[in-house]
Design a protein around this ligand. Sequence first.
Ligand code: ADE
Length: 244
Amino acid sequence: MRVDIVTIFPQFFDVLDISLLGKARANGIVDLRVHDLRDATHDRHRTVDDTPYGGGAGMVMKPEPWGETLDGILGDAGTETTIAPGASAPLIVFPSPAGDVFTQQTARRYAQEEHIVFGCGRYEGIDQRVFDWAATRARVELVSMGDYVLNGGEVAVMAMIEAFGRLIPGVVGNPESLVEESHEGGLLEYPSYTKPAQWRSYEVPEILLSGHHANIEKWRHEQQVERTKRVRPDLYEQWVESQA
Ligand code: ADE
């Protein structure tokens, strides 16, 4: 899988090499390339932003450096081609509080992609024409990490990579560990315990020491249902409906 990241803070992504994805990169499972947007500027100050037309607070990212950088990534620099419906084109993801919310389902979908490009915006956003043009060359998605505002897309991209990277076949050593966790199967995960059986004044629930696998499984499922109902009534309702 190929992943390109466009950012004005390329060093931000250095830490990916010490994460799970670092190994996937070393093993050749993921071809990750980070691009400095300022490399596609041609003035002394390496300017990537300007004041908004129509006025207003903040700065807007200029279209030219985005166009030049994306041309380089997508190839065939400068030629606009319309992507036929259903044809396989790279996916360009722009993190934005104005996008669809990223979920485990999004992560599963991204893990299946051949080529994803992440465009990290800063300031008040990117000139709208970048999105409009990019949509003629690729599939474009605006994706939000939740109902809060970040200073830029970098942290959002890091979270997305962390979420889908571990779902790429061969990246996580034990694929079974992916099946039992929160958001897979529609419920939050059950509480976990390890040795010692007694710690401070706390004991491990007796059932987990019983060795009775069917009962343990039943208990864990009940814990998942109870926890989801209490913490995330919205997910609980969805899960109940999915069981009907
Ligand atoms: N950029 C700024 N805020 C964001 C958010 N909530 N999600 C994704 N990208 C963002």
